[in-house]
Design a protein around this ligand. Structure first.
Ligand SMILES: C[S@@+](CC[C@H](N)C(=O)[O-])C[C@H]1O[C@@H](n2cnc3c(N)ncnc32)[C@H](O)[C@@H]1O
Length: 216
């Protein structure tokens, strides 16, 4: 199985993995505290956006976030580099423009979006040395005062580990520190609005960071 960062064409998110992923995360059961925490995070993001603003879902996967972004009245564009994930996203949200794209090299003009969501396990595929590339692209395609909301696995020490994945595959997972993420965002022109951590909703195996930032 290809390692995601080096092999975007033949990467981990195959058709079978995409279907399993969508089944698991579309129906995930969270306890009430976790659900409240996550709802508050999304509500904070929404309040940072103009009414009917344009939101980029960066690493949209199977389009799980699209239903609630659309419900809030936003215009949404989703990008992901797995065609298999995008296929499911297009079936679930036919009104959304989904494009195959690498978040390290966004094919949008400066100032296109009011907000960017980068949620779930997208940034685990981004090495620490590439965070500036991603946040630099986010800053470039955001309008002035645009908002970003990211979630990713958090750790006390920066680390990249190989984890067992579906179908006997292996996947490289980057755990980022608060400092690595916040300082990269700041270098790229963001000011941090809020930082919070919470256990992952399924197995409570690791913590996730939830970061809201604004283009300065
Ligand atoms: C675990 S899924 C999360 C999907 C979605 N954001 C969610 O919360 O359900 C991670 C997604 O990130 C995508 N991804 C990873 N690295 C990427 C990159 N450099 N550019 C675009 N998509 C990427 C993968 O293809 C995969 O669909």
């Amino acid at each position: 199985m290809g390692i995601v960062q080096e092999d975007p064409e033949r990467h981990y998110f195959s058709s079978k993995v995409a279907t399993d992923y969508d089944m698991l995360w579309s129906n995930v059961r969270m306890d009430e505290d976790n659900r409240k925490f996550i709802d508050n995070c999304y509500n904070r993001f929404y309040t940072m956006l103009p009414k009917n603003g344009i939101v980029l879902d960066a690493g949209c996967g199977t389009g799980i976030a699209e239903s609630y972004l659309l419900r809030e009245g936003f215009n949404v564009i989703g990008v992901d580099y797995s065609e298999d994930m995008l296929k499911i996203a297009r079936e679930k949200a036919p009104s959304v423009n989904f494009r195959r794209m690498d978040i390290r090299k966004l094919e949008f003009k400066e100032g296109t979006f009011d907000g960017i969501l980068c949620a779930g396990g997208v940034l685990i595929h981004i090495m620490e040395s590439e965070l500036d590339k991603v946040f630099g692209e986010f800053a470039r395609v955001l309008a002035k005062s645009g908002a970003v909301f990211i979630t990713t696995r958090a750790a006390e020490e920066q680390k990249e580990v190989v984890e067992e994945a579906h179908e006997g595959g292996k996947i490289n997972v980057n755990y980022h520190t608060r400092n690595a993420v916040e300082s990269s965002m700041q270098r790229c022109g963001f000011s941090i609005v809020n930082y919070a951590e919470e256990w992952d909703a399924v197995g409570r195996l690791f913590k996730y960071m939830y970061v809201h930032a604004k283009k300065a």
